[in-house]
Ligand binder design. Structure first.
Ligand code: TXA
Ligand code: MG
Length: 329
């Protein structure tokens, strides 16, 4: 395996695309930008190519991958038993940050893409580089987020480079991703459909198009239907704690941690001058901020949030996982 090549920003060179296409047709893997986070792509019909994704990420084999296609028409080739609601979602939100879990047509993908499930997660990314790449390929791209399993997803090509250098041959650098959190995952095989992973496209937006949908977090007693949900996620090296966004409480917490000689990083909207490090906390910057905490060797990370945030908020969902639901008190 050659060293990773980080391509210049904007990916506007014809040569870059032909290089990516050549690697992918040869059964190799390439990282590329989408509007949500960077993906690590392989030919979804080639089990050996797909296996390289699992290896590079250190991803458990029972966690299925999202299949990326260039259009609704392409998606129709790979899914079956689609309902009017499926088609309405595709028309309303594609290209865009909505992954639909639908019944997979048999023998269209390598088995390791779907981890043996009869369903497949599929989406059309809303990013010129991703679409340009997909349009040049005769197959769909299986692509999880391009991070090491368990780490925050990459929102910059540099993040991918950090996790994947020496493991993959090429990263297409499209600059910072616009949304910064992964797509909303909507299970269309349940009645009513269920949001397995919240994202920028909200429950309300979806309900405006197809009527009632539920949040998986509100369905009690169900085993997690999205296999990826049971694993550790988005976790930097230092422990993350949620803390109510109250300046006096946060100042006290900072002093308490520093008293033990520890370096504390605050993720918050407003700056705290007494903290060792401060990084912004927005959906777009969350993952970059968590990665910066690692680079600074912070001993503890406090994320200032409101406990009353709306159910199904995508950033809160990621933060709760990063913190393993721990609150500082
Ligand atoms: O925004 C995104 O979705 C990014 C970009 C690259 O497209 N991709 C991404 O992929 O976040 P990944 O693999 O990191 O997350 C895919 C999620 C996992 O939680 C997985 O368990 C779930 O989707 N998933 C995939 N196929 C599924 C299926 N057939 N049934 C239920 N959940 C599925
Ligand atoms: Mg991921």
């Amino acid at each position: 395996q050659t060293g990773t090549i980080l391509v210049d920003k904007n990916v506007n060179k014809e040569e870059t695309y032909s290089q990516a296409v050549e690697i992918l047709k040869d059964g190799g893997i390439v990282a590329f930008p989408t509007e949500t986070v960077y993906g690590l792509g392989a030919d979804a019909t080639n089990p050996d190519a797909v296996a390289k994704i699992f290896e590079a990420k250190g991803r458990p084999a029972d966690n299925p991958l999202i299949v990326h296609v260039d259009s609704k028409n392409s998606a129709l080739q790979y899914a079956e038993e689609l309902s009017p609601l499926d088609l309405q979602c595709m028309d309303a939100f594609w290209p865009g940050a909505l992954t639909l879990i639908v019944k997979a047509k048999p023998d269209q993908f390598a088995d390791n893409v779907t981890a043996g499930l009869s369903t497949v997660g599929i989406r059309v990314p809303d990013h010129p580089v991703a679409l340009n790449l997909l349009k040049r390929l005769p197959f769909p791209l299986a692509a999880p987020s391009a991070n090491t399993s368990g780490k925050p997803s990459p929102t910059l090509a540099e993040h991918v480079y950090h996790d994947m250098k020496g493991k993959i041959p090429l990263i297409l650098d499209g600059g910072a991703t616009a949304i910064g959190l992964e797509s909303t995952v909507l299970d269309m095989t349940s009645e009513p459909p269920v949001i397995l992973r919240p994202g920028r496209i909200s429950q309300e937006q979806i309900e405006n198009v197809i009527g009632k949908v539920r949040l998986s977090s509100e369905i009690q007693g169900n085993a997690p239907k999205s296999p990826g949900m049971k694993y550790i996620h988005y976790a930097p090296e230092a422990p993350v704690y949620l803390i109510e966004n109250d300046p006096a409480l946060i100042e006290k917490a900072i002093q308490h941690v520093q008293k033990d000689g520890k370096k504390v990083a605050i993720l918050s909207e407003h700056e705290f001058k007494t903290a060792d490090f401060h990084f912004p906390l927005t959906a777009e910057t969350l993952y970059a901020s968590l990665r910066k905490c690692d680079l600074m060797d912070a001993d503890m990370i406090l994320a200032a949030v409101s406990a009353n945030v709306e159910k199904g908020d995508a950033m809160m969902n990621r933060l709760e996982k990063a913190a393993d639901h721990k609150w500082f008190c």
